[in-house]
Write a protein that binds this ligand. Structure first.
Ligand code: PAF
Length: 286
């Protein structure tokens, strides 16, 4: 087990002098904390592929809508530090909100934002979470600038986020390689997520139906069915215990809907449990 001497840093002016080119390749694993085995796999991969690994832990208010779970989002820095250390991180960067955003943001809700094109953010998760991807791209850009990372690790569970961040990096000329990391699942198929902790006992039992819905579409596609609507209808049958936000099949190239399922097609689902309104997302290449 890799157990480095990990530092926990809260201030931007304290992390800056610790990071320089002499360290070798620098990796960033951006997180909102409540780290689980999905994050662990990202940190482990980052530490295998780079000489220096920064894990950021920051629940970013700018990416949450007014009625979302910003206040109740799980915060457990001590446990996060333990997991990051075990997985091989060198620094946990855990700034406060005041550290990341200037006074004016709090007084007037005003800050410079990085806003991806509307075409990509007004769909899927962005449709029910207006402003979410502006918040994500803004904080991710800030973290890139603060950590001067060469590579950044993102989970494929947040597929739309990954697509939008990759696009941002290309279009804003960040000299950073984005490394996509596979979805980590529980034994019953449920994609691991910090929000799974909100699930009641009963909801936890039905949560893997989202994975079953994806598997159903994948099997039908492998059997030769290529019409998105047929696959979507078949998958819906598994989602009757949820309030489905969306179920769509898109091309991985541009994240736009497709008329026929080919290689590189992704089915994406977002669905809320009925009792605790836990919003779960998942996706699968068909
Ligand atoms: O995926 C997340 O946890 C967040 O959206 C991220 C990338 C850490 C930005 O706050």
């Amino acid at each position: 087990m890799n157990m480095k001497d990990l530092k926990v840093i809260h201030k931007i002016n304290e992390i800056r002098p610790l990071i320089n080119n002499n360290l070798g390749k620098i990796a960033l694993v951006p997180t909102m904390g409540a780290l689980h085995k999905g994050h662990k796999s990202l940190i482990e991969k980052a530490s295998e592929q780079n000489e220096f690994v920064v894990v950021s832990v920051f629940v970013n208010p700018v990416q949450f809508g007014v009625n979302e779970d910003y206040d109740k989002y799980p915060r457990c820095l001590e446990k996060d530090v333990e997991l990051a250390k075990e997985a091989g991180a060198d620094i946990v960067f855990a700034p406060s909100v005041d550290e990341m955003y200037t006074d004016i943001y709090f007084k007037e809700k005003e800050t410079t934002l990085v806003c991806p094109p509307y075409k990509y953010v007004n769909r899927l998760c962005g449709k029910s979470r207006p402003g979410h991807f502006d918040g994500v791209c803004t904080v991710v850009s800030k973290l890139f600038n603060i950590t001067k990372c060469n590579r950044a690790y993102f989970g494929q569970k947040d597929a739309q986020q990954l697509f939008i961040v990759q696009k941002m990096v290309k279009e804003l000329n960040f000299d950073i390689e984005i490394v996509p990391c596979p979805i980590v699942r529980e034994d019953d198929g449920l994609a691991v997520s910090s929000r799974n902790s909100y699930l009641s006992y009963e909801e936890r039992k039905i949560a893997p139906n989202i994975y079953k819905a994806l598997m159903c579409a994948k099997k039908l596609k492998e059997g030769g069915i290529k019409t998105p609507d047929i696959l979507i209808d078949a998958s819906y049958a598994y989602l009757k215990d949820f309030d489905t936000d969306y179920i769509e099949i898109v091309s991985k190239e541009d994240f736009c809907p497709i008329s026929e399922v080919k290689e590189n097609s992704l089915m994406l689902i977002a669905a809320k449990t009925k009792k605790n309104s836990v919003r779960l997302i998942d996706n699968m290449e068909l």
